[in-house]
Design a protein. Structure first.
Length: 595
């Protein structure tokens, strides 16, 4: 399908609770999102047919737009005047998304490569098996049997190396004889992406018992990761096997004009396209009720992690357990008993759909979000690393190339852009609240632009990017991203009140300048989409060009403008409660955070 043929597009995202539809139309040279509709997802009884929810959501778009899109439950194509659309695309995470188990010979090497491969394909990784994971053989077999994943990714060994470990893992899978989660009548898909020398043995052990697919090795040599072939296979199987078993999906697959993608894979693809189009290092987060997904593109390397136990409603107790109540309480600008915080959060878990009714409730929710975001980023940093097991000689060039083995690729000073999505970030009453949650939890350094996804449109645009990149990027810039502005955080510590930075902003609407003192935070209005900033940090402070070095950067304005954060990095809140509450009150007031 040629790009020029696409003038009207309808896209849906079938989530676990809601199916969201958006209409995209070409206006002049630019694509814009014009109407949207949503309806409850219908995978469960009584309907057990995902297309009902899809048709309901599209019907709402029809009513709002006045365009006739459906005829007898079919999407009319191509568009003609006020009837039909040129293409229909969809993503899905309904029915629990794509659940996988991965196995690798050595946990820290092929095990991690396999995990990165599966996560990047949009899967939830239920467990990582490895020869050296410390479990007894019978425990591994029992674990495979219990989990009932949608598919298993098996890897291990470099090409031509020893085959013992992968053969042993294959025997465990055979002994467990696992049944897939959906459709017990068919064989469980197993993707083998390990040592090519083991192909005959793997085929012999698993060929007749499972739906075995053999593809290129994830780690053909120790120094190189080759994740794409296996990732493509995961997508193919997701469509052929997993989707075919889910209620109503075979019907949906006949309706679409491009392959259905798992929702997280589509968000990942959109993050990658945006990073590449602008040559940015990007961090995107989607914080939901049960899970938090983190996506990053650093030096063109894409990573995704799922923190399956960190969320704002169903998983709020896990956030409390992992972060500890004192860590949540440190963000509250008022005095409160620890037990009171526990009770409030437990109530949220029991009634996940409640919305904060008082300002205090909202502040408690924002405090939890900061900790969930912080913990999810920590988990992401641990997986988004250079390759482990690779010996490297240190040379001067290594100082510039941060890809040494086992070192995280995520470097806050090199981060250009942060995108937040998910209810708490997209729908906070004031945009400054979302901005400060991201600044606090990620401890942003240097110059970082901030935005939120207005209505969680990234999945629709990611699946659209497969067939028309211009359309997806146009809508992404114009309708999806709400630009918050830019954050400036000098890295370093000083005495309160000391001058740490002189700044000047040059924009089409005029120039402004000033200084930043240690311990203060404020924002400067800037509506321009593009501007230049000149930063002169004090000795010992770094804003991106090294300690004390002048730095010039391109920035964007937005609803909150430019935030200057002089609270120091690492950000240490005062230990004494009175002083801490006083500091938070002062900062929140300065930024006009709450009424």
């Amino acid at each position: 399908m040629q790009d020029k043929d696409l003038n009207v597009i309808i896209a849906t995202d079938c989530g676990s609770t809601t199916t969201k539809a958006i209409l995209i139309e070409k206006k002049g040279d630019t694509y814009r999102q014009t109407f949207r509709g949503e309806a409850p997802t219908t995978v469960e009884a009584p309907f057990e047919d995902v297309t009902r929810g899809v048709l309901n959501a599209i019907t709402e778009v029809e009513e709002l737009s006045g365009r006739k899109i459906l005829e007898n439950e079919k999407v009319i194509t191509p568009n003609n005047g006020n009837t039909g659309v040129d293409v229909y695309v969809s993503t899905s995470s309904a029915g629990g998304g794509l659940q996988m188990m991965v196995a690798g010979a050595v946990k820290a090497m092929t095990g991690e490569s396999a995990q990165r491969c599966a996560l990047g394909a949009g899967a939830i990784v239920m467990d990582v098996l490895a020869s050296n994971d410390g479990r007894a053989d019978h425990e591994k077999i029992e674990r495979i049997r219990q989990l009932r994943p949608d598919m298993i990714l098996l890897s291990g060994g470099t090409d031509g190396g020893t085959v013992n470990h992968v053969v042993e893992l294959a025997n465990f899978i055979k002994a467990a004889d696992p049944k897939p989660r959906l459709g017990a009548s068919y064989k469980l898909p197993v993707i083998y992406a390990g040592n090519n020398k083991a192909h005959p043995q793997i085929n012999e052990i698993l060929g007749s018992r499972t739906a075995l697919i053999i593809t290129e090795n994830l780690r053909p040599i120790l120094e190189r990761e080759n994740l794409m072939p296996a990732r493509h296979k995961i997508h193919d199987i997701f469509l052929e096997h997993v989707m075919q078993q889910a209620p109503g999906y075979p019907k949906l697959m006949k309706m679409v004009g491009a392959p259905i993608m798992p929702t997280p894979a589509a968000v990942g693809l959109m993050t990658e396209k945006f990073a590449r189009a602008n040559n940015y290092n990007v961090l995107a987060v989607d914080i939901g009720g049960a899970t938090t997904d983190v996506f990053s593109v650093f030096s063109e390397i894409f990573n995704r992690t799922v923190s399956a136990n960190l969320g704002m409603s169903y998983s709020v107790s896990n956030v409390m357990a992992e972060a500890g109540v004192p860590n949540i309480m440190r963000w509250l600008p008022f005095r409160i008993e620890e037990q009171e915080v526990r009770n409030r959060l437990k109530n949220k878990m029991i009634r996940p759909t409640t919305i904060p009714q008082t300002q205090e409730d909202l502040q408690v929710e924002h405090a939890v979000a900061r900790e969930a975001l912080r913990l999810a980023l920590d988990q992401h940093k641990a997986l988004a690393v250079g390759l482990k097991g690779v010996q490297q000689e240190r040379s001067i060039s290594d100082a510039f190339e941060q890809t040494a083995s086992g070192q995280s690729l995520i470097n806050m000073m090199n981060l250009n852009y942060v995108i937040g999505s998910g209810g708490i970030l997209a729908h906070s009453p004031r945009r400054i609240q979302s901005a400060l949650m991201m600044i606090d939890s990620y401890q942003l350094e240097g110059v970082t632009m901030l935005a939120v996804d207005s209505i969680f449109m990234m999945p629709h645009l990611g699946v659209l990017a497969q067939i028309n990149e211009k359309a997806s990027l146009d809508v992404f810039y114009n309708d999806c991203l709400i630009k918050l502005g830019t954050n400036i955080s000098p890295k370093g510590l000083a005495k309160e009140g000391e001058k740490i930075l002189e700044w000047e902003i040059k924009a089409a609407s005029g120039s402004q300048s000033g200084e930043l003192r240690f311990g203060e935070i404020f924002s400067v209005p800037l509506k321009d989409d593009k501007a230049e900033i000149i930063l002169k940090p004090a000795k010992g402070f770094d804003v991106g060009a090294g300690k004390g070095a002048k730095h010039e950067a391109k920035i964007q304005g937005g609803t909150v403008g430019v935030i200057f954060d002089g609270r120091g990095r690492p950000l240490e809140l005062p230990k004494a409660e009175n002083k801490r509450v006083e500091c938070l009150e002062k900062w929140y007031k300065k930024l006009d955070m709450y009424p």
